[in-house]
Design a protein around this ligand. Structure first.
Ligand SMILES: O=C[C@H](O)COP(=O)(O)O
Length: 253
């Protein structure tokens, strides 16, 4: 029996003051009816401040990316070993916004997963098809290749999460239907078991893409959905916690 993970990806939003206020609002809000694990992923520059506020609380801290290198001459990059000392336990990797805006390839994502793991972080590896790929019926092929290319061979040996985020549902207000989510999460589960054997059966699979307080219960109720990766709605503490209240517990959650 596991609890679902509700992860907030704050992306590149907010001032330091806003990030601190958001973290405090999450801690101050009543926890009634919340059985989910909670995680927030602020921008790099706000990690330390938010980490200090969340320290010792039930809200975990994550980063949104890291370098493939553990340190050295990589101007502008952030090494995975720098993150745990700020309080990070998780890291989002291979988000479609990085794949698109920074031309990240599956191989790069895989190297980042290895780097994050070596630093003791739990990787949340994002996969998902574009609108054109879905229209062409290529979603299984695309996600299958992303899983094969982005996950190292030992991925299921330690804590690790996969997040299915159809690109066309991110920030658009359009969510995948429950049937589409069920089909894709079932496909991802089968791929994980094919890649990693029995251990692939317990890798958590999140859904992301316009999850909000209204649609959360339906999406989180779909089989094989182990939680949500929430963008826009995670910037509103009441909405984020409403999503968390919709979480369920059970096998493969
Ligand atoms: O990482 C989060 C996802 O990209 C979803 O973002 P969204 O909830 O704003 O659609």
């Amino acid at each position: 029996m596991t609890r679902q993970l509700i992860a907030g990806n704050w992306k590149m939003n907010g001032t330091l003051a806003a990030a601190e206020a958001l973290a405090r609002a999450l801690l101050d809000a009543p926890r009634d009816g919340i059985g989910a694990e909670l995680l927030v992923c602020p921008p790099f520059v706000h990690l330390q401040a938010v980490g200090r506020i969340l320290n010792g609380s039930d809200v975990a801290l994550g980063a949104q990316d890291c370098s493939v290198a553990a340190g050295g001459a990589h101007t502008g990059d952030v090494a995975a070993p720098m993150l745990p000392e700020l309080g990070c336990t998780h890291i989002v990797l291979g988000h479609s916004e990085r794949r698109q805006n920074h031309h990240e390839l599956d191989e790069t994502v895989r190297e980042k997963v290895v780097a994050a793991r070596a630093a003791g972080l739990v990787p949340i590896v994002c996969v998902g098809e574009t609108e054109e790929q879905r229209a062409a019926g290529q979603q299984d092929d695309v996600v299958g290749w992303q899983l094969k290319g982005s996950l190292p061979n030992d991925f299921a040996d330690g804590p690790g999460v996969v997040a299915y985020e159809p690109v066309w549902a991110i920030g658009t207000g359009r969510t995948a239907t429950e049937d589409d989510v069920a089909a894709m999460h079932g496909f991802i589960r089968a791929e994980l078991v094919r890649q990693f054997g029995d251990k692939g059966a317990s890798v958590r699979i999140l859904y992301g893409g316009s999850v909000n307080a209204t649609n959360a219960a339906a999406l989180l109720g779909v089989p094989e959905v182990g939680g949500a990766l929430v963008g826009g709605a995670s910037l509103k503490p009441q909405d984020f916690l409403s999503i968390a209240r919709a979480a369920v517990s059970g096998p493969n959650r």
